[in-house]
Design a protein around this ligand. Structure first.
Ligand code: ZN
Ligand code: ZN
Length: 347
């Protein structure tokens, strides 16, 4: 076991503070990663504040991890000391169910995936995430960060990037396709960049036009305010694919009406309460309502390679660990462009 400096929430809703945690000894197929950067995802805040139900404390959040391997177990074949790697939202899964075999570990139906933090590892110990200086992970749940990507802007790709890449690929965003991204935050800004790089014509649907200049610079061709009812009249029947990244409840019938025939409205953000929908908005036009969760290990690697090839990193604000609590408040106020990343050397 190794003692590692970390930032943890000691209890639900308590501010995060500096502490130490124990990492397991490096096992046969494990790699020890010196974490360099960790992104702050909105779900870190939900979990540290028990917004999604009972959680495990003390909690070290962080599932957007970028670092460098400093030790490998004797059975490791994919990586060497010095390799630049990332870890996303899960660190293990059953490995034998239909979904795991298909590379869809995020939908593991066996034991379920083991979350990077706020979960219980196969050793029976609570898992701890990226707001720390080192982590031990099985090589099969580690991905390579290509040389073309700086580690700081790569970190948010491990959750925000793959959360948008996976549905964009699954629903075939590309040349000739009109794609709308709802919400221009940590998730949405990556959706715009990736959809544009895939060759789709991208529209941002945001509450106001406050971030319009940013949206156009990131690759959007159009930018509309959803607070303006005229937007819904003008864009009726326009999109092949709409991806909603917002967790506030939307008028789903109104958004579905923006789809073309056979179009799909995909949710990657989830309101806490059940939502209602007038099903005629789907029936008239054979439209689909769908959801999507992160991506599997293979697809996460594919996403990183794609982002490196196209020069796509996250837009980040680099912070020191002592600023985490302040950053949480700013995320809740949508006051970040577009992802906070912790320099873990400051822990
Ligand atoms: Zn996340
Ligand atoms: Zn499985």
């Amino acid at each position: 076991m190794t003692t590692v400096a970390a930032y943890a929430a000691p209890a639900a809703k308590a501010p995060l503070e500096r502490t130490t945690i124990e990492r397991r000894a490096v096992g046969e197929f494990d790699v020890l990663i010196d974490i360099k950067f960790a992104g702050i995802c909105h779900s870190d805040i939900h979990q540290a504040r028990e917004g999604w139900g009972t959680a495990i404390f003390p909690m070290v959040p962080g599932h957007e991890i970028a670092g460098v391997i400093s030790e490998v177990g004797p059975g490791v074949t994919k990586y060497q000391v010095g390799d630049r790697v990332g870890v996303g939202c899960f660190v293990d899964s059953c490995r034998t169910c239909e979904n795991c075999e298909a590379g869809l570990e995020q939908y593991c139906t066996g034991t379920g995936q083991v979350p990077t933090y706020n979960g219980i590892g196969k050793d029976g110990e609570p898992t701890h995430g990226g707001y720390s200086q080192q982590i031990v992970v099985d090589e099969n749940y580690t991905v390579r960060i290509p040389d073309g990507l700086s580690l700081d802007v790569a970190a948010p790709l491990l959750c925000a990037g793959i959360t948008l890449y996976s549905p964009l690929k699954h629903w075939a965003a590309g040349p000739g396709k009109k794609v709308a991204i709802v919400g221009l935050g940590g998730l949405g800004h990556m959706g715009v960049k990736i959809a544009h790089a895939l060759g789709a014509e991208v529209t941002v649907l945001s509450q106001s036009l406050r971030k319009k200049d940013d949206g156009l610079k990131l690759g959007a061709a159009h930018y509309y305010a959803t607070s303006d009812p005229k937007t819904f009249e003008e864009l009726a029947g326009t999109f092949d694919l709409i991806i909603s990244t917002v967790s506030a409840p939307l008028d789903f019938s109104a958004y579905a009406s923006l789809l073309k025939t056979d179009g799909t409205l995909v949710n990657v953000g989830a309101p806490e309460e059940p939502v209602s929908l007038n099903l005629f908005s789907l029936i008239m036009g054979r439209r689909s309502l769908a959801g999507s969760s992160i991506g599997g290990i293979r697809e996460t690697q594919e996403m990183l390679d794609f982002c490196a090839e196209h020069g796509l990193g996250s837009e980040i604000e680099l912070i020191s660990a002592s600023e985490i609590n302040e950053a949480y408040e700013r995320v809740l106020n949508s006051d970040v462009r577009y992802r906070f990343v912790i320099d873990t050397a400051t822990i």
